[in-house]
Design a protein around this ligand. Structure first.
Ligand code: PSU
Ligand code: MN
Length: 303
């Protein structure tokens, strides 16, 4: 298998230390340059400062890289020909020796191969609004059903149908845990109007639940929903209006398939004049702090 694990990550894994996976689609397709590189590097630093080891994941020229150099992150941030790598894209990208930025699903697969159990990102993909007609459901959800990696996120954006997303996760048996909240967060806002399955108040308790799941031998991931800090949240009505407009433009432009999520993200940035981007960056950093604390507690519990 064409997989390369950076030396510091390999060492940490061998010693049972806390390692955190980070995705790269957020760099290539989720945020504009140069904020995408700055954020990727800052998030790695937050994780190091917390005492864990960051592992940003991507496929570079057909090699799965667990841990990227500064230059590789820069390359993903600037190149326009980077493929968005979800589960179904991996065989083609690997065989053709292409470069792909891994989505939540793609990152979970690679993280699990390397033995990484905790993954920090911004938001997961989900069931899109109107999916009863379009069938547009992110492969992130089916990955959460089968790959044993905990995903720390700020919920999901309400470009999605969050009610249906939660129903789908229930059917697939994926625990949705709220970090110090009983509400499922909606990325830019702290409350989507939907409840999580359980509120969990500390990193230690969160780690105990992940450990318990592993001991039970239950396959699949866990969603750890960590709301955006209050001071960085956006007003719900403002973001809903922006989402409505972005959805309308996506429809008018006939955007479909894997282009839908990147299109909506970049439109939201335009419509909110960068406010959505600033919130996005803050919530990812906050997830990195919480994710590192959970991974450190999990490492204490052993395999
Ligand atoms: N949601 C965000 N930011 C992102 C993504 C989703 O708020 O960057 C990215 C993630 O990589 C996620 C992917 O896994 O989009 C989902 O894409 P799709 O809906 O095509 O599965
Ligand atoms: Mn889709």
């Amino acid at each position: 298998m064409n997989i390369q694990i950076k030396a510091d990550i390999q060492e940490a894994l061998a010693q049972g230390k806390a390692v955190i996976a980070l995705e790269s689609t957020i760099i290539s397709h989720g945020m504009p340059y140069p904020k995408n590189v700055e954020t990727a590097l800052e998030v790695e630093q937050i994780i190091r400062d917390a005492g864990a080891v960051p592992a940003t994941i991507a496929i570079m020229d057909g090699v799965i890289k667990i841990g990227l150099s500064h230059d590789e992150i820069e390359q993903l941030a600037q190149a326009s020909d980077v493929l968005k790598a979800s589960r179904r894209d991996l065989p083609y990208i690997m065989a053709q020796k292409k470069t792909g930025a891994t989505t939540v699903a793609g990152t979970m697969i690679c993280a699990a191969m390397a033995g990484i159990r905790v993954f920090v990102t911004g938001g997961i993909g989900g069931v899109h609004r109107g999916a009863e007609k379009t069938m547009d459901i992110s492969a992130d959800l089916t990955e959460l059903a089968k790959t044993n990696v905990a995903v720390v996120c700020a919920g999901a954006k309400s470009i999605l149908d969050l009610g249906l997303t939660l129903e789908y996760l229930e059917t697939q048996g994926v625990p949705v845990l709220g970090y110090q909240t009983d509400r499922f967060p909606a990325f830019y806002t702290r409350d989507s109007g939907f409840a999580v399955n359980y509120q969990v108040n500390s990193a230690e308790e969160m780690a105990e639940i992940l450990h318990s799941k592993a001991q039970l031998g239950l396959e699949g991931g866990t969603v750890i929903a960590n709301p955006i800090p209050e001071e960085h949240a956006l007003p719900a009505d403002e973001i809903e209006a922006a989402i409505q407009q972005a959805l309308k433009e996506a429809d008018e432009n006939g955007i479909a398939g894997k282009a839908v999520t990147p299109f909506l993200l970049s439109k939201l940035g335009e419509i909110t004049a960068g406010k959505s981007l600033a919130s996005n960056i803050e919530l990812v950093k906050n997830n990195a702090r919480v994710g590192a604390a959970i991974a450190i507690e999990l490492a204490k519990l052993g395999k």
